[in-house]
Design a protein around this ligand. Structure first.
Ligand SMILES: [Zn+2]
Length: 151
């Protein structure tokens, strides 16, 4: 099994209230020339948790940390005028927290972070992730919100 040091929370950087699924993200990521969806889990507006890439496989969601992390993504993260916004529905909030609790059971040493908590250019190659608003993602302070899950 991979060593998992981080559970990384993302948003899909889509407008609030718009329904998308893991299949949509899979298509978008393939259009970018990737092998398919870069996240391991996707949380839909109604709280449904869909599986993306298998946990055993290295994801494509956080530059420099894909090898030792799992990526979870909720649908949303942008306001109607496309500014970063915490658009999580109550069902998404609950499902996301439960998913993180389950993953913490499985990977007790993993720390929970938001995408934005990682440096954009940690490996110093000058490349910033092209596929989303990494500076704002997931549009809320995941580190702060889940701190208690990690203690
Ligand atoms: Zn992200």
């Amino acid at each position: 099994m991979r060593k998992i040091d981080y559970l990384v929370v993302h948003c899909s950087a889509t407008v609030e209230g718009k329904h998308f699924t893991a299949e949509d993200i899979d298509r978008w990521h393939k259009q970018r020339g990737w092998s398919g969806i870069g996240y391991h889990y996707v949380i839909l507006l109604d709280g449904t948790v869909q599986e993306g890439r298998p946990e055993a496989k290295i994801g494509a969601h956080v530059k420099g940390y894909n090898k030792n992390s799992i990526g979870v993504c909720y649908i949303g993260g942008l306001s109607k005028d496309k500014a970063p916004k915490d658009t999580r529905t109550p069902a998404q909030k609950a499902a996301l927290e439960q998913l993180l609790i389950d993953l913490k059971d499985k990977y007790p040493n993993a720390e929970i972070r938001g995408h934005r908590d990682f440096s954009k250019d940690l490996n110093g190659n000058g490349v910033i992730e092209p596929f989303e608003f990494s500076k704002a993602c997931p549009s809320y302070n995941a580190y702060q919100e889940y701190k208690d899950l990690c203690s």
